[in-house]
Write a protein that binds this ligand. Sequence first.
Ligand SMILES: [Zn+2]
Ligand SMILES: [Zn+2]
Length: 149
Amino acid sequence: MSSTDAILDRLRHDRQRLTLQRRLIIEVLCERGDHLTVNDVQQHLHSKGCDLNEPTVYRNLQWLKDQGIVSQTDLGGSGIVYQIVGARPHHHLVCLHCGGVVDLEDQLLDDLREQLRRRYGFEPRIDHMAIFGICQTCQDQETARAGQP
Ligand SMILES: [Zn+2]
Ligand SMILES: [Zn+2]
């Protein structure tokens, strides 16, 4: 489910109201790939001749999130980003020191998903997650500093 048409079909099937705004936002997210901020979406809409203020873009993105079509992720310094769920499944490791962001394979979370299902009877929706911590480079620098007299 990554093309605009497939998503629109699904929403129609669910009898959801497809306003022009929602259609255009889905189009932007499908065309521009992942990691779009509210402001990015707003800019791309503008280039399509659709001017919406930030709260309106945000409200529409929240609605799409509630429908399970869009994921919302806080990437720390890079801000809160949006993308189409399932277009390119991946997650991130975000360094709290340098703000570096590294991609994490989706398969790594399969064990976690399985445990959550088995032990908690919980069906997790881990679409695009950010795990915060300290990256290898920053740890090495810290170690090097600690070693100095
Ligand atoms: Zn990402
Ligand atoms: Zn770092």
